[in-house]
Each structure stands twice: as C-alpha cells, then as structure tokens.
Design a protein around this ligand. Structure first.
Ligand code: TYM
Length: 354
C-alpha cells in the first residue's frame, strides 16, 4: 500500500489541517514504513500559484509548512517528503491527463466556483486546472491511499475518474487499477479520519476552519499558544441551551468542540460526551477542549521552534525526498508516455541519445 498526500504552503497551518490531515500523515508514515512501503508527502507550491500570491511569501511559507510537517513527526528517514516543483513529472502528467478530463466538469467543481468568485482581478486557467494537477500528484506515484480531510472529496472523485479513463482508453490490457488489480494507473482511495475530518470555524461553526475563508478569531493555528489560544476557545460560539450533546445540525458549535476534544484526546465522540457528564456548562467544555488541544500541540510548537530557523537543513530534507520521488514518478511517466504514444517509443534507440 503506497500513501500520498499534499498540503499547500499557504497561510499558517491550522487545527483542521492538523487533525484532518497531518496527524494521518504521521500514522500513514509509520504504517507504510513497517510494511516496507512508501509514504509520500508533498508541499504543493505549484497549487499555491493558482490564486494571487507574493513570490517571496511563497518561499517563506514553504519553509513554514515543511517545518510544521517535520515538527508533527514526519521523518525523512521513514517517508518521502518533498516540494512539488522539484519533480517536473507532476506538471507533465497534468498535461497528459488533460486529454481525458472534461472541461465542463472542472468548471463545475465547488472549489473552482467558490475561489473564482473570490478573485478580484484574475481567474487564472491554473485555478481551473487545480484538480488536474492534484490528480497528477497522486497518480504519478500509483498511490493506493490518500489521507485528506472531508473537503477534498470532490477532488478525489475527479482523480479516480481520471485514472479509470486513462486505464480504459490507453491500457485496458494492464488491468483496471481498482480493487487490488494492477493497471497503468492506480485508482486511489480517500482516507479520512473517523473523528475530525471536518473541523469547523470556532466563530462560525457552519463553515469549515480555513485559512483562506474563515475568521481569524475562529481559526486555531497550530502555533497558537497561551492567551491567544485561550481566547479563541473561550469565545467559541455555542448556543443558547446548556446541554452538552453531539448534534451537528442542532448544536453545531458544541458538536465541533466535542469533536475537537475527542480528536485531541484520541478518543471517540461518545467518550468525549461522557467525560463532560459533570460539566457545569459550556465553559467547562471550552476549557477541556483548550487543554486537550494545547497538550496535543505543545510538542509540535517546541520542535518547530528548533527546526524552522535552519532553512539549509529544510532544503536538504526536501532534496532527499525529491530524489526518491523523481525515481518513482519517472518510471510511472515512462509507462504513461508509452501507453499514450507520446515521445520516443520503447525499444527504439535514437542515435546520440543514451
Ligand atoms: P490544503 O493545504 O488546503 O489542506 C491540507 C489538508 O488539510 C485538510 N483540511 C481539513 N481537515 C479537516 N478540517 C478542516 N477544516 C480542514 N481544512 C483543511 C485538507 O482536507 C487537506 O487534506 N488540494 C489540497 C492539496 C493537495 C493534495 C494533493 C492533497 C494538492 N495535491 C494530492 C492530497 C493529494 C489542499 O488544498 O489542501
């Protein structure tokens, strides 16, 4: 089982990214390593340029994100951690996949519709193509499993269909790529955590926690600490009752706090609810969630402070990952080119070429 996931080097990473995705990366790294398989984690700088951005800030954020991933427990000796733009095969496969992905479907994607509405000046072609690049990220490694939060479901569906269409059209004899069958490409499975796949904004629990669209007061950053962290939890929006129970529809704020509590303590939601049986009110739930999050993130903050200043070491870690990623993607791309009739045919020697 090969694992792949990607994360954008934009903004500051928040509790939703951490619980929904980053913690799963670390678990996946351990599982893959124990089984002798590869787990690849990619900081997707090419995705970050699809909306307005500042080049210097992109570089800074790339180091921030890499340091967060290492501080959370990714270990370059056990996984392949790399920067997307260091492996040109992602961009090449994007183009090859563009031959099977319908334009109309890209234009209907929720993220495209939301993000293009939010752009003031330019809706770039890159924004439309974002999901194709994401499909290429995963398919270039024949990954079986993609750990992500709930919000990536539509992207995963498109990616799975792209793999199926390439297999059917260009290499049916190699298998479907599904249900354990080999194929030119593998149709990957989404993996979301049982608790915390969609963490909501503390100020607006109808909206997911997000760097780009959420409120600053309602977004808990992984490096928040002390009073700033406390304030966000104490001001979290709840409801006018005082009963602590899990009910997303009727009690979204309380349910979100319960989910954060359960995820941070690594228990079930039922256990989190039971632990609040003697609570005097929502204040106790907020304090419990705050303490659980603080305990979970404290080691990450400490490691981050050690790792972030050494950008040379961060580059070295990314370079090691890029070399290994290039090997794997190079083999897959060579198969895809052959099947699609692109480039020099296999077995043909070209004078002057090695
Ligand atoms: P990004 O950088 O926005 O988010 C990184 C991961 O965090 C998850 N996530 C959440 N999980 C729970 N609750 C939330 N409120 C929340 N907000 C974000 C996301 O689901 C994601 O797993 N398109 C991707 C990056 C990407 C990618 C890939 C992912 C590019 N190529 C290939 C997987 C495979 C994104 O924007 O993630």
């Amino acid at each position: 089982m090969r694992i792949f996931s990607g994360i954008q080097p934009t903004g500051t990473k928040h509790l939703g990214n951490y619980i929904g995705a980053i913690r799963q990366y670390v678990e996946g790294q351990e599982r893959a390593h124990a089984a002798g398989d590869d787990a690849l984690f990619c900081v997707v700088d090419l995705h970050a340029i699809t909306v307005a951005y500042d080049p210097a800030e992109l570089r800074t954020r790339l180091y921030d994100t890499t340091a967060v991933l290492l501080a959370a427990g990714l270990d370059p000796a056990k996984c392949i951690l790399f920067r997307q733009s260091d492996v040109p095969h992602h961009a090449e496969l994007t183009w090859l996949l563009s031959s099977v992905v319908p334009n109309g479907r890209l234009a209907r994607m929720h993220q495209f519709r939301d993000k293009s509405a939010a752009q003031r000046e330019l809706v770039s072609a890159g924004l439309l193509f974002y999901p194709v690049l994401m499909a290429a990220d995963v398919l270039a490694y024949r990954a079986d499993e993609v750990p992500v939060g709930e919000d990536q479901r539509e992207h995963l569906e498109l990616m799975r269909d792209a793999a199926r269409d390439v297999n059917r059209r260009f290499a049916p004899e190699l298998g479907s790529g599904e249900g354990g069958e080999r194929g030119l490409l593998i149709v990957p499975e989404q993996r979301t955590p049982p608790v915390g796949a969609r963490i909501m904004d503390l100020q607006d629990p109808a909206r997911k926690m997000s760097t780009s669209s959420g409120s600053v007061e309602g977004t808990v950053y992984v490096l928040d600490e002390g009073k700033a962290l406390e304030k966000k939890f104490k001001r979290a929006v709840t409801d006018s009752e005082n009963e602590i129970r899990f009910d997303r529809a009727e009690k979204p704020g309380v349910s979100n706090l319960l989910e954060i509590l359960a995820a941070s303590r690594r228990t079930t939601i039922d256990e989190a609810v039971a632990s609040m049986a003697d609570a005097r009110g929502y204040g106790d739930l907020k304090v419990a969630a705050l303490e659980a999050v603080d305990a979970e993130l404290a080691p990450l903050r400490e490691r981050y402070a050690e790792l972030r200043p050494d950008e040379t070491a961060l580059e070295a870690a990314l370079a090691t990952g890029a070399a290994r990623a290039t090997e794997i993607a190079g083999e897959v791309l060579s198969d895809v080119r052959e099947a699609m009739g692109v480039g020099v045919p296999r077995g043909v020697s070209v004078p002057g070429r090695g």
